[in-house]
Design a protein around this ligand. Structure first.
Ligand code: PRP
Length: 214
């Protein structure tokens, strides 16, 4: 029997995913060791493999079939725009993709001014401003601590993830527009879905049951 391979976004999401998989009888003890630097784990009995990758690479591994199944945030799925099937919302890691900035930026948004938008998610930002709002903006790609940008004058607004809102609040910024809700999703390679339909569907359906009763 072929292995079914899971790509998990390393960090808290991977740990929460493992806890969820345990509830449907899928275990991987060695992966729980947080001090380990190992990246790939095997469950010989169930013919499953798991590997940990950077979140933004999960859709890539799944599109190319290096992983059959991936677990990753909707933000990453949207940003990467890979060809894959999104099959299940895990309802974990719920947050929102937002346009945020100082109060004074409200006007600039309303009047469709040519503004600068800083984001770790340039594709999401571009899609939102160009295709949804029909507003021409300049998008500046950053790699983190995006809240700094409007404070130091790099951009008028940011497009970023808001969970509790405390990062914005503590930096004198606020949500100006909501782009979309986010949460962790299960994605599947399009060929694997056909070739291994029985095994993959079983896993997805069992996960769905666990989530619904939670
Ligand atoms: C994320 C996000 C916000 C913050 C939102 O950043 O980019 O900065 O969390 O959470 P809150 O609404 O609960 O304050 P992350 O911690 O991933 O760091 P980074 O911005 O440096 O990537």
């Amino acid at each position: 029997m072929k292995y079914i391979t899971f790509a998990l976004a390393k960090g808290r999401l991977a740990m929460n995913t493992l806890a969820l998989l345990e509830k449907i009888g899928i275990t991987c003890e060695e992966m729980k060791d947080k001090s380990s630097r190992k990246l790939i784990f095997v469950n010989e009995e169930l013919k499953l493999k798991f590997f940990l990758s950077k979140a933004s690479d999960v859709p890539t591994y799944v599109e190319y079939g290096a992983a059959d199944i991936g677990v990753v945030g909707k933000d990453t799925i949207l940003e990467e725009g890979r060809k894959l099937y999104e099959v299940l919302d895990l309802n974990m890691g719920k947050c929102r993709m937002c346009v945020a900035g100082p109060e004074s930026a409200k006007e600039l948004l309303q009047h469709h001014e040519m503004i600068r938008v800083a984001s770790k998610y340039p594709h999401i930002a571009k899609d939102y401003f160009y295709n949804k709002k029909h507003q021409t903006v300049e998008i500046i790609k950053l790699n983190g601590s995006v809240e700094l940008a409007p404070i130091v004058g790099l951009s008028e607004v940011i497009v970023d993830i808001v969970e509790t809102g405390s990062t914005l609040r503590e930096n004198g910024l606020q949500v100006l527009e909501e782009i979309c809700p986010l949460s962790a999703r299960v994605v599947v390679n399009q060929v694997s879905m056909k070739m291994e339909n029985e095994r993959i569907s079983k896993i997805i359906n069992e996960l769905r049951k666990v989530i619904e009763t939670n």
